[in-house]
Design a protein around this ligand. Structure first.
Ligand code: FAD
Length: 280
């Protein structure tokens, strides 16, 4: 049997942290730039996302990582792992971009890294990918998500035409986590509070949207966040409101109790599937 050809590594961008800013109790904005920015190619999507590579510091690997070479010599448990993040802002003139990280405690790689990121730290990633941008022909827009989707929702709100209409539901712990969002006057921002419930365990987002008085006209939906919360929204969008799949961008951005590696692997299992099951 012939060997499977080695997967070519995707090009990597290597940037330096310029600054870190706490924009809300559970959100940290990291600005990154430097010489490597010249290699970054933004795309047209408002949900443009990158795959940040985290290598074990004790291995002292030098980026960009030659993943094929590393696969040949390292134990699989020592390979760099990826975490997916939205590029919140790009400033080509000043050669920097920013990423908003949810700070969700000591568990994980990316959240704790961002909480203490220091100027000069390196950030290595592939991408961006993306799949959504506001449809100017939609009658109205519905956005829904938790803090993990807030960067993509914020970028979409900023890209809407001035006369756009709609509503954005964003789930956070409480009023302290609400941030200022730039949006057209016709787009209503509604913060939904989960209170003391742990992120990923509340049904408040889907419950609020289920109770919402749905306007008439053709809606375009962007809904992303914790996986079970998105499954609850799937029922609201497809069972209750009979939306067509093409109107809806819906996916899990993370799953409660799962590190991203497991969350991504579960996309191949029934528990990890959201829209596949909705396309009925
Ligand atoms: C396309 C896309 C875009 C994304 N954009 C962003 C973004 O811009 N900003 C952002 O913060 N996240 C974003 N995410 C989500 C992010 O990839 C996950 O939250 C990721 O799991 C974080 O990695 P970690 O190393 O911090 O934690 P992991 O090692 O993956 O997980 C460790 C533990 O933390 C929990 N956990 C993970 N994320 C959260 C969370 N948000 N809240 C509470 N608990 C959590 C896990 O369930 C697990 O128990 C995006 C995901 C996708 C698919």
């Amino acid at each position: 049997m012939p060997d499977r050809p080695a997967r070519p590594s995707k090009p990597q961008t290597v940037l330096e942290v310029i600054r870190r800013e706490r924009i809300a109790p559970h959100l940290v904005r990291v600005y990154a730039g430097g010489a490597g920015f010249a290699a970054f190619r933004p795309n047209e999507f408002t949900d443009r996302y990158i795959k940040i590579l985290f290598a074990k510091p004790e291995l002292a690997l030098v980026p960009p990582y030659d993943l094929a070479e590393l696969r040949g010599r390292l134990d699989p448990s020592d390979l760099p792992v990826t975490r997916t993040y939205t590029v919140r802002q790009v400033n080509t003139a000043e050669q920097w971009l920013s990423i908003d990280f949810v700070v969700h405690g000591d568990e994980g790689l990316a959240g704790p890294w961002a909480a203490t990121a220091t100027p000069g730290d390196l950030i290595v990633f592939s991408g961006p990918g993306g799949g959504y941008s506001p449809d100017p022909t939609a009658d109205w827009h519905l956005f829904a998500g938790d803090e993990s989707a807030l960067p993509a929702i914020a970028a979409a709100l900023e890209a809407l035409p001035a006369d756009a209409e709609g509503v954005a539901f964003v789930e956070v712990y409480g009023a302290a986590d609400e941030i200022v969002l730039e949006a057209p006057d016709g787009v209503d921002i509604r913060w939904v509070h989960r209170g003391d419930a742990a992120a990923g365990t509340s049904t408040v987002l889907a419950d609020t949207i289920a109770d919402f008085d749905w306007p008439t006209g053709r809606v375009q939906v962007f809904a992303h966040g914790e996986r079970e919360s998105m499954k609850a929204l799937r029922a609201v969008f497809f069972d209750r409101h009979r939306l067509e799949r093409a109107q809806v961008s819906l996916s899990g951005y993370w799953a409660y109790g799962r590190a991203e590696d497991r969350f991504q692997a579960e996309k191949r299992e029934p528990i990890g599937q959201i829209l596949e099951a909705a396309a009925r």
